[in-house]
Ligand binder design. Structure first.
Ligand code: GLV
Ligand code: MN
Ligand code: MN
Length: 404
């Protein structure tokens, strides 16, 4: 019998907001530390050796003597604000459940298998997506990571230190990367292609280029009941124009552009804001339309700010180029799945993943599990238990192929 359901139930309550039903598992907060403790307990119950790297990424090793580099699998345990239960945890839980299935079948790996949980994948607290895997691979400078601040002004370094991890250890780890032969991340699909194709699992072809930019509009606070319209420098107006410009640019260029986070200062209902900060997320099938979308939105924001005597500044927080997953590895996975009579369609995605960052250093691949509505980054995110079970079976077949 699969251990998936018990694993799922044991993680499910951690960090769930009772009012929304969404998850708030932000890096180094008590909820996320509880997830880390869950990971360690789950690994210990399976006699897997847990080792954190210097970047706060967790690894649970099924060691094999003289086995050569390992097959890594897993995902992440942190969430976006009010995220769903599946994005990240499905990959980690399925990894443990797949190991259980392999052991129950008497499988002895010829090389180590390691379950990973990467830190701050969502960038939900410190703004940079896939921070743990970027640090591991050297895709971000450790000094700039140490200095990243959350909404309360706490640095990544201080948050990490408070959680008992030494921020001086942040940075690339070639020794660890050298111990990994491949990384296969199982993830809930964040779209509904598989539902349309009548398939429980799919394989990732690649990840669209994408990025996040912070936009700051600075005006002047004033009294809502007395300041004449003509006298105002209201940053809310160019901000609002920018939201519409983002939608228009995405529509015209066939891309995706979203402003999902906004802060108005000082936040009084009866005052013109002094400043508005907004975060723009853009995703596109290629770098050309990505850049064009960004340019069009920034041009509109600049013009709207100027027309309202509002200052405008912007900076990129994380930008990720297009990723094509390793075709040979994907072929091996497809063949292993076909051997189990699992037809796995190959899909592109606009969602970012640690597998995309790690692809710069080792062959990586992804398995998607059908999401009937496609909704993700939302408490409504869902996958049916039968499809989750199919995902575990598929992952077990893949691990058997790669580690056998
Ligand atoms: C991660 O889920 C992202 O695509 O933002
Ligand atoms: Mn996500
Ligand atoms: Mn994810």
């Amino acid at each position: 019998m699969s251990t998936f359901a018990a694993l799922w139930d044991s993680l499910l309550p951690i960090g769930r907001d009772p009012a929304t039903g969404g998850y708030r598992r932000f890096c180094w907060t008590p909820a996320e530390l509880e997830c880390r403790a869950w990971f360690e307990t789950t690994a210990a119950e399976r006699q897997l050796r847990v080792a954190a790297d210097g970047n706060g990424n967790l690894f649970a090793w099924w060691d094999v003597s003289n086995g050569g580099p390992a097959v890594a699998t897993g995902s992440h345990l942190d969430s976006v604000p009010d995220g769903g239960a599946f994005d990240g945890p499905l990959g980690v839980i399925s990894a443990f459940a797949a190991i259980d299935e392999l052991r129950a079948a008497g499988f002895q790996p010829a090389r180590p298998i390691v379950v990973a949980a990467f830190a701050e994948e969502e960038g939900g607290r410190f703004g940079v997506a896939c921070l743990g895997s970027r640090l591991l691979t050297g895709a971000i400078d450790p000094d700039s990571a140490r200095g990243l601040r959350d909404g309360a002004g706490i640095t990544f370094a201080d948050a990490m230190l408070a959680a008992g991890h030494d921020p001086a250890q942040l940075g690339p780890d070639d020794d660890l990367l050298g111990q990994l032969a491949t990384y296969v991340e199982l993830h809930v699909e964040q779209g509904r292609a598989l539902a349309g194709l009548d398939a429980a699992v799919g394989l990732a072809e690649g990840i669209w280029p994408h990025g996040r930019w912070r936009l700051d509009f600075t005006g002047r606070a004033d009294h809502a009941g007395t300041a004449k319209l003509a006298d105002r420098a209201d940053p809310m107006l160019p901000y609002a124009a920018t939201v519409l410009a983002a939608r228009q640019a995405a529509t015209e260029l066939g891309t995706l552009a979203t402003i999902g986070k906004v802060l108005a200062e000082p936040g009084a209902a009866n005052a013109v804001s002094s400043a508005v900060s907004a975060w723009l997320d853009v995703r596109a099938a290629g770098p050309g339309p990505l850049d064009a979308t960004l340019d069009q939105v920034l041009t509109a924001a600049r013009a709207a700010a100027e027309s309202q005597q509002v200052a405008f500044e912007w900076k990129s927080e994380s930008v990720t180029p297009a990723v094509s997953f390793d075709a040979e590895l994907r072929g091996r996975l497809a063949a292993a799945l076909a051997g189990q009579r699992i037809a796995a369609p190959v899909l592109p995605t606009g969602a970012g993943h640690d597998a995309g960052i790690l692809a710069a250093r080792l062959p990586t691949a992804m398995l998607f599990v059908r999401n009937p509505t496609g909704v993700s980054h939302s408490p409504a995110e869902h996958a049916e238990p039968a499809d989750c079970a199919a995902g575990v079976t598929a992952l077990a077949a893949v691990l058997r192929e790669l580690a056998g």
